[in-house]
Design a protein around this ligand. Structure first.
Ligand code: IDP
Ligand code: MG
Length: 143
């Protein structure tokens, strides 16, 4: 059965342009509950480690520099089929190719500065939620 949790990050471009509130409202309208949230400024080491799976790709240095360029907002989200649903709701990586009404079509600037991250598997959702939030925090906030 698909897990009910995933991680989103509202990326520095969308925080800087004041879109965080609109994006959170969009996610809530799609049935996601925000279980934990934080405003963070990633170090180079943290941004590099979070995206380690992309190390060696041509866009990796630009991605790390962008993700540490300003505050971003990780969100631990919950709903049925969380990972698959969130990928659909955010749209394609490049906003030019994203479906109408998706977060990236509405709010992203470019393929690199694309407003939001979403986990791509249940396994990565667990790892990525754990990157920002402890299980104790997640439980304690709602317990
Ligand atoms: P995803 O965020 O849709 O899962 P990935 O392929 O996992 O896309 O890439 C991670 C992030 O790296 C993207 O969201 C985007 O910010 C950046 N990125 C990916 N491909 C490119 C590219 O070709 N040019 C610039 N940035 C890219
Ligand atoms: Mg990805």
């Amino acid at each position: 059965m698909a897990s009910n949790r995933t991680l989103a990050i509202i990326k520095p471009d969308a925080i800087a342009s004041g879109k965080a509130g609109l994006i959170i409202a969009h996610l809530q309208k799609e049935g996601f509950a925000v279980r934990a949230a934080r405003l963070v400024r990633l170090s180079k080491g943290e941004a590099g480690a979070f995206y380690a799976v992309h190390e060696g790709r041509p866009f990796y240095p630009e991605l790390v520099t962008f993700m540490m360029s300003g505050p971003c907002m990780p969100l631990a989200l919950e709903r049925a089929d969380a990972v698959g649903t969130l990928r659909t709701v955010i749209g394609a990586t490049d906003p030019a190719e994203a479906a109408p009404g998706t977060v990236r079509k509405l709010y992203a600037e470019s393929k690199g500065r694309n407003a939001i991250h979403a986990s791509d598997s249940d396994e990565n959702a667990t790892r990525e939620i754990g990157f920002f939030f402890t299980e104790g925090e997640l439980a304690g906030l709602w317990g």
